[in-house]
Design a protein around this ligand. Structure first.
Ligand code: CUA
Length: 189
């Protein structure tokens, strides 16, 4: 016995649903309501909302601001990328473009900064490796995050939003100097 596409297959959907099916449909429905309620609840109670300050920015203006920032606090250079050491409490700028993060930031452990992220071309993704902290970096928007580095060391910024042929090469760097070293004036202005 075989069926062609023309013959309707034997159906069963008009039979009354059994008890166990009703139970599972009810469980699934209640679970949908739970998940639905979790969306606003998690937003309010999840404790993982970023401290973001967002506003629109012209990519050209942002780029100019980054250059100004580099000029002001530049302490060196690594493979053609400026290394910048801004003082605690300052506004810090990081520019994403195909396929670099500029500049390299040298921050102090335990100090607070406002980190401004923006792109001057396409969407990029800020992923602080190996901390697994992720933010979208969008052209036309300045995303300001209040950050306090709580661990000294060198951290990579990996782009996690596909942005063209050089995407896999788009790696930046943040250097966090230990608190004691920073207090002793370890190379910071
Ligand atoms: Cu920038 Cu991928």
């Amino acid at each position: 016995m075989y069926h062609t596409g023309i013959e309707a297959p034997q159906g069963v959907w008009w039979r009354p649903v059994t008890g166990s099916e009703k139970v599972w449909v009810s469980i699934a429905f209640v679970w949908c309501l739970v998940l639905f309620a979790m969306m606003p609840l998690w937003h309010l109670r999840g404790g993982q909302n970023p401290s973001g300050i967002r506003h629109r920015v012209d990519p050209v203006a942002f780029s100019a601001r980054v250059d100004e920032f580099i000029e002001e606090y530049r302490v060196g250079e690594e493979k053609g990328i400026p290394v910048v050491a801004p003082p605690p409490g300052s506004h810090v700028y990081l520019k994403a473009s195909m396929w670099t993060w500029v500049p390299i930031l040298k921050l102090q452990e335990g100090a607070e900064y406002t980190l401004h992220l923006s792109s001057v071309d396409v969407n990029h993704g800020f992923n602080l490796y190996p901390m697994n902290i992720n933010f979208q970096v969008v052209p036309g928007y300045d995303y300001g995050l209040v950050v306090v580095p709580n661990q000294a060391g060198e951290f990579q910024i990996v782009c996690n939003e596909f942005c063209g042929v050089g995407h896999h090469l788009m790696v930046g760097k943040i250097i966090v100097e230990p608190a004691q070293l920073a207090q002793a004036g370890g190379g910071l202005r």
